[in-house]
Design a protein around this ligand. Structure first.
Ligand code: NAG
Ligand code: NAG
Ligand code: NAG
Ligand code: NAG
Length: 439
Protein backbone atom coordinates (compact mmCIF):
# COMPACT_ATOMS: atom_id res chain seq x y z
CA UNK A 1 0.00 0.00 0.00
CA UNK A 2 2.77 2.34 0.84
CA UNK A 3 3.53 3.93 -2.46
CA UNK A 4 0.12 4.03 -4.04
CA UNK A 5 -1.79 7.16 -4.92
CA UNK A 6 1.14 9.40 -4.32
CA UNK A 7 0.64 13.06 -4.92
CA UNK A 8 3.43 15.42 -5.80
CA UNK A 9 2.08 18.43 -4.03
CA UNK A 10 2.98 21.51 -5.97
CA UNK A 11 2.07 23.64 -2.99
CA UNK A 12 4.39 21.81 -0.65
CA UNK A 13 7.38 20.83 -2.75
CA UNK A 14 7.70 21.78 -6.40
CA UNK A 15 9.15 18.46 -7.47
CA UNK A 16 8.11 16.13 -4.70
CA UNK A 17 8.77 12.67 -5.94
CA UNK A 18 6.91 9.75 -4.56
CA UNK A 19 5.49 7.36 -7.12
CA UNK A 20 4.62 8.53 -9.70
CA UNK A 21 6.23 11.89 -10.21
CA UNK A 22 6.22 14.96 -12.36
CA UNK A 23 9.00 13.83 -14.64
CA UNK A 24 8.38 13.84 -18.33
CA UNK A 25 7.24 10.79 -20.17
CA UNK A 26 8.92 10.19 -23.49
CA UNK A 27 6.78 11.13 -26.42
CA UNK A 28 7.51 7.77 -28.01
CA UNK A 29 5.38 6.25 -25.28
CA UNK A 30 2.47 8.55 -25.92
CA UNK A 31 -0.14 6.55 -27.67
CA UNK A 32 -3.55 7.15 -26.24
CA UNK A 33 -6.28 7.91 -28.71
CA UNK A 34 -6.25 11.46 -30.01
CA UNK A 35 -7.99 13.52 -27.37
CA UNK A 36 -10.95 15.70 -28.20
CA UNK A 37 -10.14 19.15 -26.96
CA UNK A 38 -12.63 20.50 -24.45
CA UNK A 39 -13.70 24.03 -23.75
CA UNK A 40 -12.33 25.49 -20.56
CA UNK A 41 -14.80 28.33 -20.86
CA UNK A 42 -17.81 26.17 -19.96
CA UNK A 43 -18.67 26.82 -16.32
CA UNK A 44 -19.39 23.72 -14.25
CA UNK A 45 -23.06 22.94 -14.03
CA UNK A 46 -23.97 24.35 -17.41
CA UNK A 47 -23.40 20.98 -19.07
CA UNK A 48 -25.28 17.74 -18.40
CA UNK A 49 -25.26 16.28 -14.91
CA UNK A 50 -24.02 12.68 -15.18
CA UNK A 51 -25.74 10.05 -13.07
CA UNK A 52 -23.89 8.21 -10.33
CA UNK A 53 -23.05 4.83 -11.91
CA UNK A 54 -24.77 3.11 -8.99
CA UNK A 55 -24.89 -0.61 -8.40
CA UNK A 56 -22.90 -3.05 -10.45
CA UNK A 57 -21.33 -0.81 -13.01
CA UNK A 58 -18.62 1.47 -11.69
CA UNK A 59 -15.86 1.96 -14.26
CA UNK A 60 -13.60 4.45 -12.54
CA UNK A 61 -10.10 5.88 -12.80
CA UNK A 62 -8.10 8.40 -10.83
CA UNK A 63 -6.76 11.33 -12.83
CA UNK A 64 -3.56 12.74 -11.28
CA UNK A 65 -3.32 16.48 -11.87
CA UNK A 66 0.49 16.77 -11.74
CA UNK A 67 1.70 15.32 -15.05
CA UNK A 68 2.91 18.00 -17.43
CA UNK A 69 2.62 15.61 -20.38
CA UNK A 70 -0.76 14.12 -19.50
CA UNK A 71 -3.44 16.71 -18.77
CA UNK A 72 -7.25 16.86 -18.86
CA UNK A 73 -7.07 17.12 -22.66
CA UNK A 74 -5.43 13.68 -22.76
CA UNK A 75 -8.10 11.84 -20.75
CA UNK A 76 -9.75 8.88 -22.46
CA UNK A 77 -13.31 9.34 -21.16
CA UNK A 78 -14.85 6.53 -23.14
CA UNK A 79 -15.09 3.29 -21.18
CA UNK A 80 -15.31 5.10 -17.83
CA UNK A 81 -18.37 6.46 -16.03
CA UNK A 82 -16.71 7.90 -12.92
CA UNK A 83 -13.35 9.69 -12.77
CA UNK A 84 -11.83 11.08 -9.64
CA UNK A 85 -9.78 14.24 -9.80
CA UNK A 86 -6.63 13.38 -7.84
CA UNK A 87 -6.18 16.72 -6.90
CA UNK A 88 -6.66 17.83 -3.27
CA UNK A 89 -4.57 17.44 -0.12
CA UNK A 90 -4.91 18.17 3.56
CA UNK A 91 -3.18 21.32 4.71
CA UNK A 92 -1.59 22.67 7.89
CA UNK A 93 -4.38 25.22 8.37
CA UNK A 94 -6.95 22.43 8.76
CA UNK A 95 -8.60 22.78 5.34
CA UNK A 96 -8.48 20.68 2.17
CA UNK A 97 -6.96 22.40 -0.86
CA UNK A 98 -6.57 21.71 -4.58
CA UNK A 99 -2.91 21.55 -5.61
CA UNK A 100 -2.98 23.34 -8.98
CA UNK A 101 -4.44 26.66 -10.08
CA UNK A 102 -7.81 27.00 -11.80
CA UNK A 103 -6.07 28.03 -15.03
CA UNK A 104 -3.81 24.94 -15.18
CA UNK A 105 -4.52 22.54 -18.10
CA UNK A 106 -5.15 20.01 -15.33
CA UNK A 107 -7.12 22.41 -13.16
CA UNK A 108 -10.48 21.54 -11.58
CA UNK A 109 -12.57 23.86 -13.78
CA UNK A 110 -11.32 22.23 -16.98
CA UNK A 111 -11.69 18.77 -15.47
CA UNK A 112 -15.29 19.09 -14.26
CA UNK A 113 -16.48 20.71 -17.50
CA UNK A 114 -14.84 18.00 -19.61
CA UNK A 115 -16.18 15.20 -17.40
CA UNK A 116 -19.76 16.47 -17.67
CA UNK A 117 -19.44 16.95 -21.41
CA UNK A 118 -18.38 13.32 -21.64
CA UNK A 119 -21.18 12.19 -19.31
CA UNK A 120 -18.66 11.02 -16.70
CA UNK A 121 -19.42 11.51 -12.99
CA UNK A 122 -16.78 13.90 -11.59
CA UNK A 123 -15.40 13.10 -8.14
CA UNK A 124 -12.81 14.99 -6.07
CA UNK A 125 -10.18 12.94 -4.22
CA UNK A 126 -8.68 14.35 -1.03
CA UNK A 127 -5.48 12.86 0.37
CA UNK A 128 -3.10 10.39 -1.25
CA UNK A 129 0.29 9.16 -0.09
CA UNK A 130 1.75 12.67 0.07
CA UNK A 131 -1.52 14.45 0.86
CA UNK A 132 -2.63 12.81 4.12
CA UNK A 133 -0.29 14.64 6.52
CA UNK A 134 -2.99 16.73 8.24
CA UNK A 135 -6.01 14.40 8.05
CA UNK A 136 -5.76 13.40 11.69
CA UNK A 137 -5.35 16.91 13.09
CA UNK A 138 -7.97 18.37 10.72
CA UNK A 139 -10.73 16.12 12.06
CA UNK A 140 -9.67 15.62 15.67
CA UNK A 141 -12.09 18.08 17.32
CA UNK A 142 -15.62 19.18 16.55
CA UNK A 143 -14.55 22.68 15.53
CA UNK A 144 -11.66 21.36 13.41
CA UNK A 145 -14.06 19.00 11.62
CA UNK A 146 -16.38 21.86 10.83
CA UNK A 147 -13.52 23.91 9.33
CA UNK A 148 -12.42 20.91 7.25
CA UNK A 149 -15.96 20.04 6.11
CA UNK A 150 -16.70 23.66 5.15
CA UNK A 151 -13.56 23.79 2.98
CA UNK A 152 -14.77 20.70 1.12
CA UNK A 153 -18.29 22.09 0.71
CA UNK A 154 -16.78 25.27 -0.79
CA UNK A 155 -14.72 23.31 -3.34
CA UNK A 156 -17.68 21.12 -4.33
CA UNK A 157 -19.93 24.12 -4.81
CA UNK A 158 -17.31 26.20 -6.60
CA UNK A 159 -16.31 23.55 -9.14
CA UNK A 160 -19.40 21.35 -9.44
CA UNK A 161 -17.94 18.02 -8.31
CA UNK A 162 -20.68 15.40 -7.79
CA UNK A 163 -18.68 13.14 -5.49
CA UNK A 164 -15.97 13.38 -2.85
CA UNK A 165 -13.52 10.58 -2.21
CA UNK A 166 -11.19 10.28 0.79
CA UNK A 167 -7.83 8.65 0.25
CA UNK A 168 -6.36 8.77 3.76
CA UNK A 169 -3.18 6.76 3.88
CA UNK A 170 -3.92 5.60 6.62
CA UNK A 171 -6.26 6.23 9.59
CA UNK A 172 -4.91 4.99 12.93
CA UNK A 173 -1.76 3.64 11.35
CA UNK A 174 1.96 4.43 11.25
CA UNK A 175 2.30 2.88 7.77
CA UNK A 176 1.87 6.20 5.97
CA UNK A 177 4.26 9.07 5.39
CA UNK A 178 6.64 9.61 8.33
CA UNK A 179 5.37 13.12 9.21
CA UNK A 180 1.63 12.30 9.14
CA UNK A 181 -0.35 13.49 12.14
CA UNK A 182 -2.07 10.49 13.75
CA UNK A 183 -4.28 9.42 16.62
CA UNK A 184 -5.90 6.19 17.86
CA UNK A 185 -9.21 8.06 17.35
CA UNK A 186 -8.63 8.55 13.60
CA UNK A 187 -11.19 6.04 12.35
CA UNK A 188 -13.84 7.18 14.86
CA UNK A 189 -13.21 10.82 13.92
CA UNK A 190 -13.36 9.97 10.21
CA UNK A 191 -16.89 8.66 10.71
CA UNK A 192 -17.96 11.85 12.50
CA UNK A 193 -16.47 13.98 9.72
CA UNK A 194 -18.18 11.93 6.99
CA UNK A 195 -21.53 12.18 8.77
CA UNK A 196 -21.16 15.95 9.06
CA UNK A 197 -20.21 16.20 5.37
CA UNK A 198 -23.16 14.02 4.32
CA UNK A 199 -25.51 16.34 6.23
CA UNK A 200 -23.94 19.36 4.52
CA UNK A 201 -23.96 17.76 1.03
CA UNK A 202 -26.80 15.19 1.05
CA UNK A 203 -26.84 14.66 -2.73
CA UNK A 204 -23.08 14.30 -3.18
CA UNK A 205 -21.68 10.76 -3.49
CA UNK A 206 -19.14 9.96 -0.76
CA UNK A 207 -16.56 7.21 -1.11
CA UNK A 208 -13.14 6.20 0.22
CA UNK A 209 -10.01 4.55 -1.15
CA UNK A 210 -8.92 1.97 1.39
CA UNK A 211 -6.12 -0.46 2.21
CA UNK A 212 -6.77 -4.18 1.75
CA UNK A 213 -7.43 -4.55 5.48
CA UNK A 214 -10.20 -2.48 7.13
CA UNK A 215 -9.06 0.75 8.79
CA UNK A 216 -7.52 0.34 12.22
CA UNK A 217 -9.65 0.74 15.32
CA UNK A 218 -8.50 2.53 18.48
CA UNK A 219 -6.44 -0.51 19.53
CA UNK A 220 -4.48 -0.47 16.27
CA UNK A 221 -6.14 -3.59 14.81
CA UNK A 222 -8.26 -3.80 11.65
CA UNK A 223 -11.83 -2.74 12.47
CA UNK A 224 -14.37 -5.55 12.59
CA UNK A 225 -17.51 -3.39 12.45
CA UNK A 226 -17.72 -0.56 9.93
CA UNK A 227 -21.48 -0.70 9.40
CA UNK A 228 -21.85 3.01 10.27
CA UNK A 229 -19.41 3.82 7.45
CA UNK A 230 -21.40 1.63 5.06
CA UNK A 231 -24.40 3.89 5.72
CA UNK A 232 -22.62 7.13 4.81
CA UNK A 233 -20.29 5.95 2.00
CA UNK A 234 -21.60 4.84 -1.40
CA UNK A 235 -18.41 2.88 -2.07
CA UNK A 236 -15.03 1.86 -0.83
CA UNK A 237 -12.36 1.51 -3.51
CA UNK A 238 -9.98 -1.15 -2.18
CA UNK A 239 -6.41 -0.37 -3.27
CA UNK A 240 -5.37 -3.90 -4.10
CA UNK A 241 -1.87 -2.98 -5.27
CA UNK A 242 1.57 -2.37 -3.81
CA UNK A 243 1.01 -5.63 -1.96
CA UNK A 244 4.68 -6.26 -2.83
CA UNK A 245 7.14 -3.58 -3.98
CA UNK A 246 10.87 -3.16 -4.38
CA UNK A 247 11.17 -0.34 -1.85
CA UNK A 248 9.43 -2.21 1.01
CA UNK A 249 9.42 -5.98 0.34
CA UNK A 250 12.17 -8.58 0.73
CA UNK A 251 11.19 -10.76 -2.23
CA UNK A 252 9.66 -10.24 -5.67
CA UNK A 253 5.93 -10.82 -5.30
CA UNK A 254 2.73 -9.83 -7.10
CA UNK A 255 1.86 -6.13 -7.15
CA UNK A 256 -1.86 -6.84 -7.32
CA UNK A 257 -2.74 -10.45 -6.45
CA UNK A 258 -6.25 -11.63 -7.19
CA UNK A 259 -5.82 -14.46 -4.69
CA UNK A 260 -3.18 -15.42 -2.14
CA UNK A 261 -4.85 -18.33 -0.35
CA UNK A 262 -3.19 -20.63 -2.91
CA UNK A 263 0.31 -19.24 -2.13
CA UNK A 264 2.69 -20.61 0.49
CA UNK A 265 1.76 -19.42 3.99
CA UNK A 266 4.67 -16.95 4.15
CA UNK A 267 3.57 -15.36 0.87
CA UNK A 268 -0.04 -14.72 1.93
CA UNK A 269 0.15 -10.97 2.35
CA UNK A 270 -3.22 -9.85 1.02
CA UNK A 271 -5.22 -10.06 -2.20
CA UNK A 272 -8.48 -9.00 -3.79
CA UNK A 273 -10.10 -12.17 -2.48
CA UNK A 274 -8.98 -11.70 1.13
CA UNK A 275 -9.71 -7.94 1.03
CA UNK A 276 -13.29 -8.47 -0.15
CA UNK A 277 -13.75 -11.07 2.62
CA UNK A 278 -12.56 -8.72 5.34
CA UNK A 279 -14.44 -5.62 4.11
CA UNK A 280 -17.70 -7.55 3.74
CA UNK A 281 -17.19 -9.12 7.17
CA UNK A 282 -16.82 -5.56 8.55
CA UNK A 283 -20.22 -4.56 7.17
CA UNK A 284 -19.86 -3.38 3.57
CA UNK A 285 -22.00 -5.14 0.98
CA UNK A 286 -20.25 -6.49 -2.13
CA UNK A 287 -22.27 -3.93 -4.12
CA UNK A 288 -20.45 -1.14 -2.30
CA UNK A 289 -16.97 -2.51 -3.07
CA UNK A 290 -15.01 -1.21 -6.03
CA UNK A 291 -11.80 -3.13 -6.76
CA UNK A 292 -8.74 -0.90 -7.23
CA UNK A 293 -6.62 -2.19 -10.12
CA UNK A 294 -3.16 -1.01 -11.26
CA UNK A 295 -2.02 0.04 -14.73
CA UNK A 296 1.58 -0.27 -13.51
CA UNK A 297 4.01 -2.82 -12.12
CA UNK A 298 6.99 -2.77 -9.76
CA UNK A 299 10.52 -3.37 -11.08
CA UNK A 300 13.17 -5.22 -9.10
CA UNK A 301 16.91 -5.57 -9.67
CA UNK A 302 17.81 -9.27 -9.79
CA UNK A 303 20.64 -11.27 -11.38
CA UNK A 304 19.86 -13.65 -14.22
CA UNK A 305 20.88 -16.71 -12.20
CA UNK A 306 18.48 -15.76 -9.42
CA UNK A 307 15.69 -14.69 -11.77
CA UNK A 308 15.61 -17.51 -14.31
CA UNK A 309 15.52 -21.09 -13.08
CA UNK A 310 14.69 -24.14 -15.21
CA UNK A 311 13.83 -21.81 -18.11
CA UNK A 312 11.13 -20.03 -16.19
CA UNK A 313 11.05 -17.16 -13.74
CA UNK A 314 11.64 -18.02 -10.11
CA UNK A 315 8.66 -17.48 -7.77
CA UNK A 316 9.17 -15.07 -4.85
CA UNK A 317 12.97 -14.75 -5.36
CA UNK A 318 15.11 -12.39 -3.28
CA UNK A 319 16.40 -9.36 -5.17
CA UNK A 320 19.16 -6.73 -4.86
CA UNK A 321 17.62 -4.41 -2.27
CA UNK A 322 20.65 -2.10 -2.44
CA UNK A 323 20.14 -1.37 -6.12
CA UNK A 324 16.82 0.48 -6.54
CA UNK A 325 15.35 0.37 -10.04
CA UNK A 326 14.21 3.52 -11.80
CA UNK A 327 11.02 2.75 -13.69
CA UNK A 328 9.65 4.65 -16.68
CA UNK A 329 9.78 8.39 -17.38
CA UNK A 330 7.09 9.10 -14.75
CA UNK A 331 9.44 7.72 -12.07
CA UNK A 332 12.28 9.55 -10.30
CA UNK A 333 14.05 9.75 -6.96
CA UNK A 334 13.42 12.82 -4.83
CA UNK A 335 12.07 14.17 -1.55
CA UNK A 336 8.67 13.11 -0.25
CA UNK A 337 6.16 15.60 1.18
CA UNK A 338 7.95 15.45 4.54
CA UNK A 339 11.13 16.57 2.75
CA UNK A 340 12.87 13.22 3.16
CA UNK A 341 14.67 11.95 0.06
CA UNK A 342 13.37 8.70 -1.36
CA UNK A 343 14.70 6.37 -4.05
CA UNK A 344 12.85 5.98 -7.34
CA UNK A 345 9.81 3.74 -6.99
CA UNK A 346 10.81 1.29 -9.73
CA UNK A 347 7.32 1.59 -11.20
CA UNK A 348 6.60 0.98 -14.85
CA UNK A 349 3.25 2.04 -16.28
CA UNK A 350 1.84 -0.34 -18.88
CA UNK A 351 3.02 2.08 -21.58
CA UNK A 352 6.38 2.21 -19.78
CA UNK A 353 6.81 -1.55 -20.17
CA UNK A 354 6.34 -1.06 -23.91
CA UNK A 355 8.64 2.00 -24.02
CA UNK A 356 11.19 0.03 -21.95
CA UNK A 357 11.24 -2.92 -24.38
CA UNK A 358 9.63 -5.49 -22.06
CA UNK A 359 6.44 -5.72 -24.10
CA UNK A 360 5.38 -5.24 -27.71
CA UNK A 361 2.85 -2.60 -28.67
CA UNK A 362 0.00 -5.14 -28.51
CA UNK A 363 0.96 -6.01 -24.93
CA UNK A 364 2.58 -9.33 -25.81
CA UNK A 365 6.02 -10.22 -24.43
CA UNK A 366 8.94 -8.80 -26.43
CA UNK A 367 11.50 -11.15 -27.88
CA UNK A 368 14.41 -11.91 -25.53
CA UNK A 369 12.33 -11.44 -22.37
CA UNK A 370 11.38 -14.23 -19.98
CA UNK A 371 7.75 -14.38 -18.86
CA UNK A 372 5.72 -16.18 -16.24
CA UNK A 373 2.03 -16.01 -15.42
CA UNK A 374 1.42 -16.91 -11.80
CA UNK A 375 -1.71 -19.05 -11.51
CA UNK A 376 -2.33 -18.17 -7.88
CA UNK A 377 -2.12 -14.38 -7.97
CA UNK A 378 -3.32 -14.42 -11.59
CA UNK A 379 -0.67 -11.85 -12.49
CA UNK A 380 2.31 -11.84 -14.88
CA UNK A 381 6.04 -11.28 -14.43
CA UNK A 382 8.52 -10.29 -17.10
CA UNK A 383 12.34 -10.28 -16.93
CA UNK A 384 14.80 -8.35 -19.04
CA UNK A 385 18.17 -10.17 -18.99
CA UNK A 386 19.99 -7.13 -20.39
CA UNK A 387 18.96 -4.70 -17.66
CA UNK A 388 18.48 -7.50 -15.05
CA UNK A 389 15.12 -6.08 -14.07
CA UNK A 390 12.08 -8.22 -13.22
CA UNK A 391 8.67 -6.52 -13.24
CA UNK A 392 5.58 -7.83 -11.48
CA UNK A 393 2.74 -6.21 -13.42
CA UNK A 394 -0.76 -6.56 -14.86
CA UNK A 395 -1.78 -7.30 -18.44
CA UNK A 396 -4.92 -8.09 -20.42
CA UNK A 397 -5.03 -11.64 -19.01
CA UNK A 398 -4.81 -10.49 -15.39
CA UNK A 399 -7.34 -7.69 -16.00
CA UNK A 400 -9.72 -10.22 -17.55
CA UNK A 401 -9.31 -12.38 -14.43
CA UNK A 402 -10.00 -9.36 -12.21
CA UNK A 403 -13.08 -8.46 -14.27
CA UNK A 404 -14.41 -12.01 -13.96
CA UNK A 405 -13.85 -11.86 -10.20
CA UNK A 406 -15.73 -8.53 -9.95
CA UNK A 407 -18.65 -10.06 -11.81
CA UNK A 408 -18.68 -13.34 -9.88
CA UNK A 409 -18.30 -11.68 -6.47
CA UNK A 410 -21.02 -9.13 -7.31
CA UNK A 411 -18.75 -6.14 -6.69
CA UNK A 412 -19.66 -2.63 -7.81
CA UNK A 413 -16.88 -2.39 -10.40
CA UNK A 414 -13.26 -1.31 -10.73
CA UNK A 415 -11.11 1.78 -10.16
CA UNK A 416 -7.91 2.19 -12.15
CA UNK A 417 -4.74 3.76 -10.80
CA UNK A 418 -4.11 5.66 -12.92
CA UNK A 419 -5.70 7.37 -15.90
CA UNK A 420 -2.88 7.59 -18.44
CA UNK A 421 -1.07 4.40 -17.40
CA UNK A 422 -2.67 2.14 -19.99
CA UNK A 423 -1.60 1.77 -23.63
CA UNK A 424 -4.25 1.89 -26.36
CA UNK A 425 -6.84 0.86 -23.73
CA UNK A 426 -5.51 -2.71 -23.66
CA UNK A 427 -6.15 -3.05 -19.91
CA UNK A 428 -9.41 -1.08 -19.89
CA UNK A 429 -10.91 -3.12 -22.71
CA UNK A 430 -9.94 -6.39 -21.00
CA UNK A 431 -11.60 -5.58 -17.68
CA UNK A 432 -14.68 -3.94 -19.21
CA UNK A 433 -15.01 -6.91 -21.57
CA UNK A 434 -14.94 -9.42 -18.72
CA UNK A 435 -17.43 -7.46 -16.59
CA UNK A 436 -19.85 -7.04 -19.47
CA UNK A 437 -19.45 -10.71 -20.34
CA UNK A 438 -17.98 -10.25 -23.79
CA UNK A 439 -14.70 -12.05 -23.01
C1 NAG B 1 -1.53 14.93 -24.63
O1 NAG B 1 -2.15 15.83 -25.50
C2 NAG B 1 -1.23 16.71 -26.12
C3 NAG B 1 -2.03 17.76 -26.89
O2 NAG B 1 -2.97 17.14 -27.71
C4 NAG B 1 -0.31 15.90 -27.01
O3 NAG B 1 0.63 16.74 -27.64
C5 NAG B 1 0.42 14.87 -26.16
O4 NAG B 1 1.20 14.03 -26.94
C6 NAG B 1 -0.57 14.03 -25.37
N1 NAG B 1 0.15 13.21 -24.43
C7 NAG B 1 -0.04 11.91 -24.31
C8 NAG B 1 0.76 11.25 -23.25
O5 NAG B 1 -0.83 11.30 -25.01
C1 NAG C 1 -27.58 -0.19 -4.44
O1 NAG C 1 -28.84 -0.82 -4.41
C2 NAG C 1 -29.45 -0.85 -3.14
C3 NAG C 1 -30.76 -1.60 -3.23
O2 NAG C 1 -30.81 -2.42 -4.35
C4 NAG C 1 -29.68 0.57 -2.67
O3 NAG C 1 -30.22 0.56 -1.36
C5 NAG C 1 -28.36 1.33 -2.65
O4 NAG C 1 -28.57 2.69 -2.31
C6 NAG C 1 -27.68 1.26 -4.01
N1 NAG C 1 -26.37 1.87 -3.93
C7 NAG C 1 -25.96 2.78 -4.84
C8 NAG C 1 -24.60 3.34 -4.60
O5 NAG C 1 -26.61 3.15 -5.77
C1 NAG D 1 -7.02 21.74 14.97
O1 NAG D 1 -6.56 22.33 13.75
C2 NAG D 1 -5.45 23.19 13.89
C3 NAG D 1 -5.13 23.73 12.50
O2 NAG D 1 -6.16 24.52 12.06
C4 NAG D 1 -4.26 22.44 14.43
O3 NAG D 1 -3.18 23.33 14.63
C5 NAG D 1 -4.65 21.79 15.74
O4 NAG D 1 -3.57 21.00 16.18
C6 NAG D 1 -5.88 20.92 15.54
N1 NAG D 1 -6.27 20.35 16.82
C7 NAG D 1 -5.98 19.11 17.16
C8 NAG D 1 -6.44 18.69 18.53
O5 NAG D 1 -5.40 18.32 16.41
C1 NAG E 1 -1.62 -22.65 -14.88
O1 NAG E 1 -2.87 -22.76 -15.55
C2 NAG E 1 -2.75 -23.12 -16.91
C3 NAG E 1 -4.13 -23.05 -17.52
O2 NAG E 1 -5.10 -23.62 -16.69
C4 NAG E 1 -2.14 -24.52 -17.01
O3 NAG E 1 -1.98 -24.85 -18.36
C5 NAG E 1 -0.78 -24.49 -16.35
O4 NAG E 1 -0.25 -25.79 -16.32
C6 NAG E 1 -0.90 -24.00 -14.92
N1 NAG E 1 0.43 -23.84 -14.39
C7 NAG E 1 0.75 -24.21 -13.16
C8 NAG E 1 2.16 -23.99 -12.75
O5 NAG E 1 -0.08 -24.68 -12.39
Amino acid sequence: MKFSLAIASLLVLPFAAAAPTCSLKSSSAASVATPTSTSTATPPGSTSTPTNPGNGSVAMAWFANWHTDYTVANITWSGFNRISYFGAITSADGTAIITVSDSSPSGPVTFVAAAKQNNVFPVLTIGGWDGSIYFSSSISTSSNRTTFVQSIVSMVNKYGFQGVEFDWEYPGSTNGLSCNTESPQDTANLLLMLQELKTALPTVSLSAATPVKPWNDASGNPSTDLTSFAKVLDYVEIMNYDVYGDTFSKVVGPNSPLDDSCAAAADQTGSATSAVKSWTAAGFSAKQIVLGVPSYGHGYSISQSAAVQANTLAAYPSFNTNNPVTGDSWDAAGPDACGISQPASGDFNFWGLIAGGFLNEDGSVASGMTYRFDNCSQTPYVYNPNTQVMVAYDNAQSFTAKGNFIKQAGLAGFALWEMGGDYNNILLNAINGAISGSS
